[in-house]
Design a binder for this molecule. Structure first.
Ligand code: AFP
Length: 362
């Protein structure tokens, strides 16, 4: 039997030690985000029936084609955040610059950063997608925020979370006091009633060991040596240096990968690759890597670039990209060790014998 606590009740309990006024403001802010995501969930679940598939006639601030659901999700997040008195401004993957709240830009105590729809290349394939969000303090409260207001390290986040639009709609969030999981009670959202998020797990704990890794193997030839070595050893299985077999997953939706790690452990990697040496990685620091890093670490895992802890990084720009390696603590620490010894050559013998990357002789 699950705890029937709703979002507000569970957060009030989780934030028992916080000053009442700030606890109330954070709960109401997370409530606004949760309401927006419940609406996104409804639209995503109806898909093509409500015109949520296909490309929008636009591109985002990074010149990437926008899907209709990207735009709809961003509009919903923006609308709910603009109505929240505690939010002074927000920054979205879909917009180059941050957006001030017309009504609350001066008294709002928080800044919100979000990816309104992560994994949007999966929408038409009906594969899980998600929303990722992060709540930062508006350190100069009283003055309207600017882009530079957001240049804070991941450690400064007051809350972070994601909503996974899968068979069930799940919200996983932390207020730096452990990780809570909520499931959207769809029966409650009929007739436009406010969504009811039911607490279905508290204090998520990621297994420290794993036999499962997630990476886009098609980029293998571009990886740096430490990642080459790590993956080759996993693929070598029980006959190789790790002396155990591994499994591989790749959903191409970070929210789905991270939720799998939250439920059973694992390692997710989107490392720097040499294909575009000037591009430090694919994923964005502020609204993908940093919120996920806080969640992973609050659940007992570890989140790094390979050479730095992700939560230590101070962004230079809103859309800065970084390498991301996160998941089960022991496994991520092993990969960090390999980065600390970059001259360690990959055991190419592993590749030849395993024919993973060498075409078998005819
Ligand atoms: P999209 O939102 O463009 O689908 O990108 C999703 C994502 O940012 C992240 O969620 C995935 O882990 C990663 O990109 C998938 O990248 P590849 O398509 O290169 O595998």
């Amino acid at each position: 039997m699950h705890d029937t606590s709703t979002l507000q009740q569970a957060l009030a309990q989780n934030l028992f030690d916080a000053p009442p006024e700030s606890a109330k403001a954070l709960i109401e802010t997370l409530g606004a985000i949760a309401q927006a995501c419940a609406h996104i969930s409804d639209i995503a679940a109806q898909g093509v029936l409500v015109g949520a598939h296909g490309l929008a006639e636009s591109a985002n601030s990074q010149g990437e084609d926008q899907k209709k659901l990207d735009v709809l999700s961003d509009e919903l997040m923006s609308r709910h955040l603009g109505a929240c008195p505690h939010v002074a401004g927000w920054a979205s993957e879909e917009h180059e610059r941050q957006q001030q709240s017309w009504d609350h830009e001066k008294q709002g105590r928080y800044l919100v950063v979000y990816d309104p729809l992560d994994g949007s290349s999966n929408i038409e394939a009906n594969i899980s997608v998600g929303t990722i969000f992060s709540v930062l303090p508006h350190t100069y409260r009283g003055a309207p925020p600017s882009d530079s207001s957001y240049m804070q390290p991941g450690h400064a986040q007051l809350a972070a979370g994601y909503v996974l639009y899968g068979p069930a709609t799940i919200m996983v969030l932390t207020c730096r006091r452990g990780v809570l999981v909520f499931t959207l009670d769809r029966n409650s959202t009929r007739g436009g009633a406010p969504a009811v998020w039911v607490l279905t797990q508290d204090q998520v704990s990621i297994p420290v060991q794993t036999r499962e890794f997630a990476i886009n193997m098609s980029n293998q030839r571009f990886w740096e040596k430490p990642v080459q070595r790590y993956v080759a050893e996993c693929v070598a299985g029980e006959g190789g240096p790790r002396m155990k077999d591994f499994n591989m997953r790749w959903v191409a939706s970070m929210v789905a990968e991270v939720h799998r790690i939250m439920t059973r452990g694992g390692v997710f990697m989107y490392p720097r690759d040499t294909r575009t040496p000037l591009k430090p990685g694919r994923l964005r620091l502020m609204y993908e890597a940093a919120p996920m890093a806080l969640l992973i670490e609050q659940a007992g895992g570890r989140a790094v670039t390979g050479t730095s802890e992700l939560l230590d990084l101070v962004p230079d720009t809103l859309h800065q990209r970084v390498p991301v390696i996160l998941g089960s603590h022991e496994e991520v620490s092993r990969i960090v060790g390999y980065h600390a010894d970059p001259h360690e050559n990959v055991s190419w013998q592993l590749f030849k014998t395993r024919s993973l990357f060498v075409q078998p002789q005819a």
